[in-house]
Design a protein around this ligand. Structure first.
Ligand code: ADP
Length: 181
């Protein structure tokens, strides 16, 4: 179940919490790693719930277009296998190394390039997890303002996606986000 907590930016951003694998809009974003071969956290949950089709498509993308893997900040699109959504946008957030290695810019790029891909694919409703704030260690408070600024800036200039769901796993993370923006 996904619970909506607050609507921002004239309804174009919805802050909510729940399990992203249950999202029924057009697309979800995966906080993948550069290998695109799956991992833990939200990445593992998406591949588990979506079944082997997503991984097969990721492997094809790697061998045909990205032999070195997906660089941090960039994004690619696959189908969604058995998930109740239509598309999965895989992006790679930065690993936090203290903040002096371009981590803020890379996080912003990950959101912006995922939104660009969503817009170019006609996606109207897309859900993002809190990229990099799990195993990759990006501070949640700092991520909040970067994510909010990046998404609102993108939506100011674009018609699509109509609605961006910022989907936190726990309610506390959603509330922390709302306090920091
Ligand atoms: P990263 O490696 O980019 O840090 P993680 O998957 O470790 O990615 O964590 C990113 C965020 O995703 C974390 O805040 C975590 O709480 C959240 N998360 C984990 N599983 C799910 C899920 N099923 N739905 C939504 N968010 C999730």
């Amino acid at each position: 179940m996904i619970e909506e907590i607050k609507s921002l930016a004239e309804g174009r951003i919805i802050v909510c919490h729940g399990d992203i694998t249950t999202f029924k809009g057009d697309a979800i974003v995966n906080a993948a790693n550069s290998t695109l071969l799956g991992g833990g956290g939200v990445d593992g949950a998406i591949h588990r719930a979506g079944g082997p089709e997503i991984l097969a498509e990721c492997k094809r993308i790697r061998s045909e277009r990205l032999p070195g893997g997906l660089p941090p900040g960039e994004a690619v699109l696959t189908g969604a296998g058995k998930l109740p959504t239509q598309k999965v946008i895989h992006t790679v957030g930065p690993i936090w190394h203290g903040g002096k290695q371009g981590e803020k810019e890379t996080l912003s790029n990950a959101y912006r390039n995922a939104l660009r891909l969503a817009a170019d694919s006609g996606v109207e409703r897309v859900a993002f997890p809190a990229i990099s704030t799990g195993v990759y260690g990006f501070p949640k408070k700092l991520a909040a303002s970067i994510v909010y600024d990046t998404v609102t800036d993108f939506l100011r200039h674009e018609q699509l996606p109509h609605t961006v769901f910022l989907l936190f796993f726990g309610r506390e993370d959603a509330e922390l986000f709302l306090r920091e923006i």
